[in-house]
Design a protein around this ligand. Structure first.
Ligand code: PLP
Length: 463
């Protein structure tokens, strides 16, 4: 390389980042730039753009972990190149995955916790797909054995997260979702039974619904399904979507029977990256026994070395989150998890009280037993205010808080609610700050009466 070229490069290297070529123009958005730039310039360009995102710690819409210990970051960084699928190459990581499965099996009272079938996933959505597929396959086997058509499978659920809608649409299953009724936001055993027939592949009960954070009555649904089997011979499995509740109930309501203590419960999913306290990208699904996970769904691959059984939608997957899950189990132990979840619950109660004290809102869920730690509220009927919950969400956003307002699904579309999740790291101090900002926002609306008046939930309007 000619000397003058080297000199030129050196001067570029000592230049200020923002005086460099990359910052002399807007970033490429539709094609790759013809030339690259230095790591520092490219980093600052991307980093600066990300400043426009919300602050994850103040995103109270999410159920997911937004605070990690430095040791978790270290383990994540140390495992950045490890692929979870390479079980032969990374046998200790594979071993750690299985330890997590067995620890969860024990926590969920599996009758055979040291040999339970289960696996990690990228989250509860993938776990739901696998749980649903196992139910569908088992149902198909049964129908074939009885010489019946497998043409019209259905799945019965309460108000479920979108992942179950996806499961049904992607895998051609009719979704029989029990609609909300005003003031009732979970399913009941009677409504489940009404919808069952011989084409029902399974029932999903949610431990902590996404809309209102309430646990569905798993034990009652299971008892009703037992009775149905006695009376009509229909043996329908129950899957528990414990995306949040799977990591809450064992610590906060240890006597609540929702898990493998109930023989009807054949599979359970949970999100490691929600109240499991791990970084984003890990979920779990476990089956009660080998018979509940049809063998045809398990693939054996030998091209990674060894003969590895896999049941997953993805092939390559990052391993760090799973390693961090095991770290959390060792770090906190049962008592540590209990304390963290309990402090989240206390935070939710603290905030629910502040919302209630405004005199404008009804609390739907406020950190009580049988609820995910969080607060869900709506405007009291007949209350006269000149804002709706969408306005309130906008106003809070000006302070950096992300507190969504949304309408409920069919049958209750007119009910608009607002919700926060109180997770690890959402302290009482932060909640106090949020409560003050909520009170200030209400005062701001009162001091600036607009032309619009919303009266209670029925007349609240959307932007
Ligand atoms: C009840 C329930 N099930 C499933 C999911 C999907 O979980 P994930 O985001 O881990 O895929 C969620 C997410 O909030 C949920 O609340």
């Amino acid at each position: 390389m000619a000397l003058h070229r080297i000199v030129h490069q050196c001067s570029e290297l000592t230049d200020d980042t923002y005086a460099c070529a990359l910052f002399g123009r807007a970033a490429e958005k539709f094609r790759m730039p013809p030339q690259g730039s230095s790591p520092r310039e490219a980093y600052e360009m991307v980093h600066d753009e990300l400043m426009l995102d919300g602050n994850a710690r103040m995103n109270l819409a999410t159920f997911c972990t937004t605070w990690e210990e430095p040791e978790v970051r270290r383990l994540m960084s140390e495992s950045i190149s490890k692929n979870m699928i390479d079980k032969d190459e990374y046998p200790q990581t594979a071993e750690i995955e299985m330890r997590c499965v067995h620890i969860l099996a024990d926590l969920w009272h599996s009758p055979e916790s040291t040999t339970t079938m289960g696996c990690s996933t990228t989250g509860s959505s993938e776990a739901a797909m696998l749980g649903g597929l196992a139910m569908k396959q088992r149902w198909k086997q049964k129908m074939k054995k009885e010489g019946k058509s497998c043409g019209r499978p259905n799945l019965i659920t309460g108000p479920v997260q979108i992942c179950w809608h996806k499961f049904c649409r992607y895998w051609d299953v009719e979704l029989r979702e029990i609609p909300f009724a005003p003031g009732r936001y979970t399913s009941s055993a009677a409504e489940v039974i009404e919808r069952c027939d011989e084409n029902t592949i399974g029932v999903v009960a949610t431990l902590g619904t996404t809309f209102t954070l309430q646990y569905e009555p798993v034990k009652q649904i299971a008892a009703a399904l037992d009775k149905l089997e006695e009376e009509r011979g229909l043996d329908i499995p129950l899957h528990v979507d414990g995306a949040s509740g799977g990591f809450l109930a064992p610590f906060l309501e240890p006597d609540l029977e929702w898990d493998f203590r109930i023989p009807r419960v054949r599979s359970i999913n949970a999100s490691g990256h929600k109240f499991g306290l791990s970084p984003l990208g890990v979920g779990w699904v476990l089956w009660r026994s080998a018979a509940d996970l049809p063998e045809e769904l398990i693939f054996n691959v030998n091209y990674l070395g060894g003969d590895m059984p896999t049941f997953a939608l993805n092939f390559s997957r990052p391993a760090g989150q799973i390693i961090a899950q095991y770290y959390n189990f060792l770090r906190y132990g049962y008592e540590g998890y209990r304390k963290i979840q309990q402090s989240c619950r206390e935070g939710a109660r603290f905030f629910a009280d502040r919302v209630r004290r405004t005199g404008l809102f009804e609390i739907i869920s406020g950190g009580g037993p049988g609820n995910v730690p969080g607060v869900c509220w709506k405007l009291l009927p007949n209350v006269k205010v000149n804002f709706d919950l969408y306005d309130l969400a906008d106003k809070l956003r000006t302070r950096g808080w992300l507190v969504p307002a949304y309408s409920l699904p069919p049958n209750c579309e007119k009910t608009v609610i607002q919700r926060i999740l109180v997770r690890h790291g959402v302290s009482i101090e932060l909640l106090d700050r949020l409560a003050r900002d909520l009170e200030d926002s209400i005062k701001f609306f009162a001091d600036h009466p607009g032309s619009r008046v919303a009266e209670g939930e029925g007349k609240a309007f959307h932007h």
